[in-house]
Design a binder for this molecule. Structure first.
Ligand SMILES: *Cc1c(COP(=O)(O)O)cnc(C)c1O
Length: 454
């Protein structure tokens, strides 16, 4: 065994050589970054042996906890067989088995699996598929997309084009294609002048969406939605029934529905997929984050027989979907994903969720009492706690005050690792979290919010 490198050296290498995502590096270089070396269940362990409850589940990917024995074993077994071949001209056993397993659990009607390796590519593939579909169905004028305000679909150029978060996306505007943007369907964030209250907000947003569809159906290829919860936009929860209505509107106006389940898929909502909460089958579904339970990069874009069929033809017709990534269908990643699905069954994970979800919701309800908690949103095992200067006027903290960041740093003193979205504290733990760990999480958040905001 080689001696472990000391924390100071690791921090120095990190500060000197690593450029971190979504991070102002000038500040980072002056900080003492926590260096994670191990994980165990719901906990992250740093190079000094400190333990942190992982409140954001390894950036929304973790399902069964860290360092889960069955998945470790599946990966080790696969590595001793083969690490990678290619899906360009070859199949592999794990990619075939996983595709079958995904179709078995997906909303009925989804029939084909196109692999890639991250959420952004899964979305790009969905967009390109929808676009080419209409080209090959003889509707060449259907080239545009409807997206939602506050949406987040990833960081590559196509995914940013359908995004709706100005602070991330605005600087890239000249590089992007334009979309038809619908309001974000949640009262606290809808930004509609005529919105009065949450009971009518959903209907109002649907009306706006329908007006846009009626005006643009002829030129619209697809609509992309994060079903039930807009994640990076601030954990914005949609009214129940909204996804179902969006499906109906897409049918009425002949628009392909792309469900971006990158964040909400794999049990997060209490069902395997969020669309299943509303018995919806999208035309295209993007999956990634939870697919390997947080182990390895893998993504899948699922679609229907109808979409797939539009790409069939003689080779010289050039109807082929000319898209593919080098690590498409990587067998180690697919083996991890298969092992994760076995654990879902064996541990009856979905059956265990209603109790956790209602416990989380009971504990979250207590946070409403805090002076600076303006809104608490939850759906399934996702929550967002929005901090405001004044509850009465809904006046927020300025983004430059970075209240969310301060609360998350404070939370480390309570043994939590959290990562905010602006002034929204995110709760997105491993689905395997226990009720007593939920207590730890909510108690720590409550204490940290009071320490920073009061
Ligand atoms: C994280 C996320 C993506 C992007 O996934 P990456 O793997 O980071 O590229 C896309 N859509 C949603 C809803 C996400 O939460």
């Amino acid at each position: 065994m080689s001696r472990e490198i000391d924390t100071a050296t690791l921090q120095e290498y990190d500060r000197k050589f690593v450029w971190h995502p979504f991070t102002q590096m000038r500040e980072w270089e002056e900080s003492s970054p926590v260096i994670i070396t191990h994980g165990e269940g719901s906990f992250l362990i740093d190079s000094d042996g400190n333990r942190y409850l992982d409140g954001v589940g390894a950036i929304w990917t973790n399902v069964h906890g860290h360092c889960k024995r069955e998945i470790n074993d599946a990966i080790k077994n696969q590595v001793d067989r083969i690490e990678h071949s290619t899906l360009l001209g070859l199949g592999n056993d794990k990619a075939a088995l996983l595709a079958k397993a995904l179709i078995d659990i997906a909303p009925s009607g989804l029939a084909k699996v196109f692999y890639s390796d991250n959420g952004s590519t899964a979305v790009e593939i969905g967009i390109k598929m929808a676009f080419q579909y209409w080209q090959q169905r003889g509707r060449k004028e259907k080239t545009r997309f409807i997206s939602f305000r506050n949406a987040y679909h990833g960081d590559t150029i196509g995914a940013v084009s359908v995004g709706g978060i100005d602070i991330f996306h605005e600087v890239f505007r000249p590089l992007l294609f334009t979309t038809i943007q619908a309001p974000s369907p949640y009262c606290y964030r809808c930004e509609l002048a005529e919105c009065r209250d949450s009971s009518s907000c959903g209907l109002l947003c649907l009306q706006r969406l329908e007006d846009l569809m009626a005006a643009h159906a002829g030129e619209t290829a697809g609509l992309i939605i994060e079903p039930r919860v807009q994640g990076a936009g601030g954990m914005i929860v949609q009214p129940r029934g909204f996804v179902r209505k969006v499906r109906e509107l897409c049918d009425r106006y002949n628009i392909l529905m792309i469900a971006d389940e990158v964040a909400v898929g794999f049990g997060r909502m209490g069902t395997m997929f969020a669309c299943q909460q509303e018995e919806v089958t999208p035309d295209i579904m993007a999956l990634s984050k939870g697919i390997t339970a947080g182990y390895l990069p893998l993504a899948a874009t699922l679609t229907t027989q109808d979409v797939y069929d539009a790409f069939l033809g003689e080779y010289r017709e050039l109807k082929t979907f000319f898209h593919g990534h080098t690590f498409t269908g990587n067998p180690i990643a697919c083996a991890a994903a298969l092992a994760s699905l076995v654990i879902f069954e064996k541990e009856r994970l979905l059956e265990s969720l209603p109790e956790k979800i209602s416990y989380l919701s009971a504990r979250l309800a207590e946070l409403h009492r805090l002076r600076h908690v303006g809104d608490v949103r939850q759906d399934g095992m996702i929550a967002g706690i929005e901090l405001v200067r004044s509850k009465e006027t809904r006046e927020g903290f300025g983004w430059e005050e970075r209240i969310g960041v301060k609360v998350c740093l404070e939370a480390r003193k309570h043994g939590l690792f959290l990562r905010p979205l602006g002034n929204v504290i995110v709760v997105f733990p491993p689905l395997s979290i226990s009720l007593s760990e939920i207590d730890l999480l909510i108690d720590g958040i409550s204490a940290s919010v009071q320490a920073v905001c009061d």
